[in-house]
Design a protein around this ligand. Structure first.
Ligand SMILES: Nc1ncnc2c1ncn2[C@@H]1O[C@H](COP(=O)(O)OP(=O)(O)OP(=O)(O)O)[C@@H](O)[C@H]1O
Length: 532
C-alpha cells in the first residue's frame, strides 16, 4: 500500500484554474470551475456519467478551449491551443481510449512524434527499460502492441506520457478496463510518479482508488464543482452523496449511496436450487463451440452451455480466457471453427449480425467503440441502429418519430445528452454505454441478451440501474448471458456463474449468500485453472 503522497508539503499550485466555462452549442458542460493541482499529489475527479470530468481534463490538455475563465501554470498564464501545446508545457494525458498503433512495437509507439532526425534505437530502448524499471512496470519495449493485454496497453500509454517527464499527468479513467492486479500496479505507478514531484489528476468511479491514493478530491455535478476534500479517504461517503444528490430529491438519491466499489447492488440470498425459477424452454443453446485463431491457437474450446428463458448466466474468468471469442461468435462477428449455437431452437451458427438481431439476440459488445456504435452518427441514429428500417417509409427516414422515441429511451435509461441530435462521439463515455444498453435491451422480440462488461465506465447510480434493467429483462423471459470480469457483479446479478479458463468451462456455481466466501474461493481456483 502506497500513500506517500498524502502528506506532501503544500507549495504553490502547479496548475490553477479559475472560473472555467465550456459550452458545446447550447449545452453548458462546465460552469465556473475552479481548481488547484499541486505537485506531489493525486487529485481525484469524481462525478456521475456526463458530469464534465473528461471535458475538464480536455480543457487542461488543450483539446477544448474554455469559453470563459483562466488557467495558470506555475504562476504564468496558460492557454493551450492544442494537445501538442499542452505537451510542450509539460502536461500529458492518458485518455479513456487507447491511441496506440497496434502493428508496431511498444518502443515505436513510445517514440512516435517525439524523435526527430536520426534515432538510436538501442539507446532509446535502454532509456525506456530504465524508466519502466524505475516505475516498477512490466513492459517489453520490443513486444508488438497488438499482442499485449489491455493492462499492458494501458502501461504503454502511461509510459508514453511519462517518458516526456511531465509536471502534470492527467489520467482519464485509466482503470476502467483493468483487472484488479493491474489496477494495483497502476496505482503504485501513480504513487511513484507523484513521489517524483509530478501532479496527477485521476478520474475514477472507484471508491477504493480514492481511499488508497487520493490526496485531494473534487466532485463535479452537471459541470459545476459541488464538493471538495483535502482528506478524501475520510470523506468518501460525503463525496459519493455530493456526486449523486440532486436538489429536491436528496432522499431518493441517497438510497443509491454505496460505500463500496461502484458495484452497489446488494448480494441477495438465493435459493439453493438453481432451478427454483420455473424453467421454460431454452433461450440459447451452445453446443461445442470452438474458436481457433489465425495462428491455430485454440481460444475457445468445446464450449457447451444452456441459457434458459428467465435466467441470467454469468461467465466469470480473467479476461483473455475465451470470453471475448464467445461473445464475438454469439454476436455474429466471428466464425466458430467448430460447434453450433441455437437461439430458441434455431441454428444461428452462420448468422450475420443483422440476422441475429431479427431472431431476437441483443448484444452489448465489450468494445462499444469498435462495434457497438457509429460515433459520427447522432445519438438518435445510434439508439435505433439495429432497426433503422422500422423508421423508413418509402425510402424516407421518419426523423420526427425517431427523435420522439429517442427522447423516451433517453429518459428511461437516463442517457444524458444535450439533445437526441448530438453526435454520438460527443456523449460522455458512460452515456455512450447507457445508450448501447438502451438500444439492445429494447430490441423487439428480445430473446437472448449477450452483455459483455455492461457496467464498465458507469457511475455508481448507473451501475445499479443497469442491474435493474438486466433483471427486468430476465423476469420478462429473456435469457441473459452476462460476461464480466467483476466477480462481485456476477455473484450479485447472475442466477448461475460459469467459470472460463483458457477457453474451457471449468465449473458452475449458483451464487448463495450464505456460502459466498467458500464460493469465491472455489471460483478463484477455477479462474486460476485449478480443478480440484
Ligand atoms: N465534443 C462534444 N460535443 C458535444 N457535447 C459534448 C462533447 N464533449 C462532451 N459533451 C457533453 O458534455 C457533457 C460532459 O461530458 P464528459 O465526457 O465531460 O462527462 P464525464 O463526466 O467525463 O462522463 P463519463 O463518466 O461518462 O466519462 C456530456 O453531456 C457530453 O454529452
Amino acid at each position: 500500500m502506497v500513500c506517500a503522497s498524502r502528506d506532501a508539503p503544500r507549495t504553490a499550485a502547479v496548475l490553477r484554474m479559475d472560473g472555467i466555462d465550456k459550452r458545446f452549442g447550447q449545452f453548458q458542460a462546465l460552469s465556473d470551475v475552479s481548481l488547484e493541482l499541486f505537485a506531489g499529489e493525486v487529485h481525484c475527479l469524481l462525478g456521475e456519467n456526463g458530469a464534465g470530468k473528461s471535458t475538464l481534463c480536455n480543457v487542461v490538455f488543450g483539446v477544448h478551449q474554455p469559453d470563459a475563465g483562466s488557467m495558470w501554470l506555475d504562476g504564468a498564464p496558460y492557454q493551450p491551443h492544442s494537445p501538442r501545446d499542452a505537451l510542450a508545457h509539460g502536461i500529458a494525458m492518458v485518455h479513456q481510449h487507447f491511441s496506440l498503433v497496434e502493428d508496431v512495437s511498444v518502443l515505436d509507439n513510445l517514440l512516435l512524434g517525439q524523435v526527430r532526425g536520426w534515432l538510436d534505437r538501442k539507446r532509446e530502448a535502454q532509456r525506456v527499460r530504465a524508466l519502466v524499471a524505475d516505475l516498477g512496470l512490466a513492459l517489453e519495449p520490443d513486444a508488438r502492441v497488438a499482442d499485449l493485454s489491455v493492462g499492458e496497453k494501458q502501461r504503454v500509454e502511461i509510459v508514453k506520457c511519462l517518458i516526456r517527464e511531465p509536471r502534470l499527468l492527467v489520467l482519464d479513467e485509466p482503470t476502467a478496463v483493468l483487472l484488479p492486479a493491474e489496477i494495483d500496479a497502476l496505482l503504485d505507478t501513480c504513487a511513484r510518479v507523484v513521489a517524483r514531484g509530478c501532479a496527477v489528476v485521476l478520474v475514477t468511479h472507484k471508491l477504493a482508488e480514492i481511499r488508497r491514493i487520493a490526496s485531494r478530491a473534487t466532485v463535479l455535478q452537471s459541470g459545476r464543482v459541488v464538493a471538495r476534500s483535502s482528506t478524501p479517504s475520510a470523506d468518501v461517503d460525503t463525496l459519493v452523496r455530493a456526486m449523486i444528490q440532486r436538489p429536491g430529491n436528496e432522499g431518493h438519491e441517497l438510497n443509491r449511496e454505496a460505500d463500496h466499489d461502484a458495484k452497489p447492488a446488494p448480494l441477495k440470498p438465493r435459493s439453493a436450487s438453481p432451478y427454483a425459477r420455473p424453467l421454460a424452454d431454452e433461450a440459447l443453446q451452445i453446443d461445442g463451440l470452438t474458436v481457433r485463431d489465425a495462428d491455430g491457437v485454440t481460444r475457445l474450446e468445446d464450449c457447451t452451455l444452456v441459457v434458459n428463458r428467465n435466467e441470467i448466466v454469468g461467465i466469470a474468468g480473467v479476461e483473455g480466457n475465451g470470453q471475448s471469442e464467445l461473445g464475438a461468435v454469439l454476436a455474429g462477428l466471428q466464425r466458430a471453427s467448430a460447434g453450433r449455437f441455437f437461439v430458441q431452437g434455431k441454428d444461428c451458427t452462420q448468422a450475420a449480425p443483422q440476422m441475429l438481431t431479427k431472431v431476437g439476440v441483443g448484444v452489448v459488445p465489450e468494445d462499444r467503440h469498435a462495434v457497438g456504435c457509429v460515433p459520427d452518427m447522432s445519438l438518435t441514429e445510434n439508439l435505433f441502429l439495429n432497426r433503422l428500417d422500422d423508421y423508413t417509409r418509402r425510402g424516407f427516414m421518419r426523423r420526427r418519430a425517431m427523435r420522439r422515441d429517442a427522447r423516451a429511451l433517453m429518459q428511461r435509461f437516463d442517457v444524458r445528452a444535450a439533445s437526441p441530435d448530438v453526435a454520438f462521439r460527443g456523449l460522455s463515455g458512460g452515456n455512450q454505454q447507457k445508450a448501447v444498453l438502451a438500444r439492445e435491451l429494447t430490441l423487439e422480440g428480445l430473446a437472448v441478451l449477450v452483455a459483455a462488461q455492461p457496467t464498465r465506465g458507469l457511475d455508481v447510480g448507473a451501475v445499479a440501474a443497469v442491474y435493474e434493467h438486466i433483471r427486468a429483462a430476465r423476469d420478462r423471459g429473456v435469457g441473459v448471458l452476462l460476461i464480466s470480469s467483476e466477480l462481485d457483479e456476477l455473484m450479485a446479478v447472475a442466477d448461475r456463474v460459469l467459470v472460463m479458463y483458457r477457453g474451457r468451462i471449468m465449473g458452475t456455481c449458483v451464487p448463495d449468500a450464505s456460502q459466498l466466501n467458500l464460493q469465491r474461493e472455489r471460483i478463484g481456483a477455477w479462474m486460476a485453472g485449478q480443478t480440484a
